[in-house]
Design a protein around this ligand. Structure first.
Ligand code: ATP
Ligand code: MG
Ligand code: FE
Length: 344
């Protein structure tokens, strides 16, 4: 079975073809970063309009790269939520229409299930059951996964997502948008000993997170230090490092706790922040020390992409799930409401 995947939930247009014999046959991502950069964040209407411009050309491009005709596609998967409703409508309308024209089944995919399954595209793929830490621009969630499609949310952020905290703190540090990867780069030069940031909500039981306080802590630290400091670039790097240390430590503490409480041995990380090098190093070491194993998506599949949507759609289409000739994208949609994929 060969599935075309289309991702348009936010500011990346992603298209890919997943084949159960050949794996990922082609994938392409077009990022709208330049369009939104001058506004310092994603402008929904501009995002929708650009998805309209880019989606069909990208589909033609991946078909050509995979040396396939449209008639060789067996199903279409598109992101149906959560995300920006206008952006979701573009991918949903295109995906559902193509499937109708090609006379193949279509399925609307949950964006976070896409992120969650991305590590299964890497070798070796983790076996079920496992705990998933989803760390992206809009979500920070710990999920217990017993089978594909059955997701029990163990904890989540009560305010900012981890990626959002990276981006907002990066803005305070006057780094260009989107700030997460830029902050990580700046942190490389920072002194981890100079400032000590809190590890929010680690001193009480539970698996929820809170990251919004770290950004305020960063602002106050920065203002105090810059007031009597002659080397602002050094101070910015030190603040970046202290912030990153705090986020990484907090995520490690909560993941270790989730494994202990559930007795699971495998942890997967997914979403944009799972590309962070320091997070990967520290998490892998901490979980190994507990006798567990940690899995990640390939670095190019941590942030938004069509491959994870094609792969997730494949899991569901293969099980016989598909949708009628309508599409209903949802801006808000809990992963806990998904139906498990039962294989025939
Ligand atoms: P969601 O998936 O929750 O809807 P999203 O799709 O916007 O949100 P992703 O594309 O998964 O999120 O990830 C983007 C986020 O990842 C941004 O906040 C970005 O700053 C962050 N990010 C990407 N690379 C890194 C890195 N190396 N270090 C820290 N953060 C990073
Ligand atoms: Mg994005
Ligand atoms: Fe995402």
């Amino acid at each position: 079975m060969r599935v075309l995947g289309i991702e348009t939930s936010c500011d990346e247009t992603g298209v890919a073809i997943f084949d159960d014999q050949h794996g990922l046959m082609a994938h392409a991502v077009y990022s709208q970063v330049d369009i939104h950069a001058e506004y310092g964040g994603v402008v929904p209407e501009l995002a929708s309009r650009d998805h309209i411009r880019k989606t069909l050309p990208l589909i033609r491009q991946v078909l050509a790269e995979a040396h396939l005709d449209a008639g060789e596609i067996d199903g279409v998967a598109y992101t149906a939520g959560p995300g920006l409703i206008g952006a979701l409508l573009v991918g949903s309308a295109i995906g559902r229409s193509l499937a109708w024209g090609w006379q193949v089944p279509a399925i609307g995919v949950h964006h976070m299930e896409g992120h969650l399954l991305a590590p299964l595209l890497e070798e070796p793929a983790p076996e079920l059951p496992f705990i998933a830490l989803l760390v992206s621009g809009g979500h920070t969630q710990l999920v217990d996964v017993t089978e594909i499609g059955r997701y029990r949310i163990l904890g989540e952020s009560l305010d900012d997502a981890a990626g959002e905290a990276f981006d907002k703190t990066a803005k305070l540090l006057e780094l260009p948008y989107p700030g997460g990867p830029e902050l990580a780069k700046l942190a490389e030069r920072g002194d981890p000993q100079r400032f000590r940031f809190p590890r929010p909500m680690t001193d009480r039981p539970g698996l929820d997170f809170s990251f919004s306080g770290l950004k305020t802590f960063a602002l106050n630290t920065l203002n105090t230090a810059l007031a009597d400091e002659t080397d602002p670039s050094r101070t910015r790097a030190d603040v970046a490092r202290a912030f990153e240390e705090a986020v990484v430590d907090t995520l490690v503490i909560k993941c270790r706790r989730a494994l202990r409480e559930t007795g699971r041995k495998r942890l997967i990380l997914a979403g944009g922040v799972s590309a962070n090098r320091r997070l990967r190093e520290r998490m892998t070491a901490a979980i190994a020390a507990e006798g567990g194993e940690t899995f990640y998506p390939p670095p190019s599949l941590c942030t938004d992409n069509g491959a994870m949507i094609a792969f997730t759609g494949y899991q569901r289409l293969r099980a016989g799930q598909h949708e009628p000739l309508i599409f209903k994208p949802r801006a808000r949609w809990s992963m806990g409401d998904l139906a498990p994929v039962t294989r025939s």
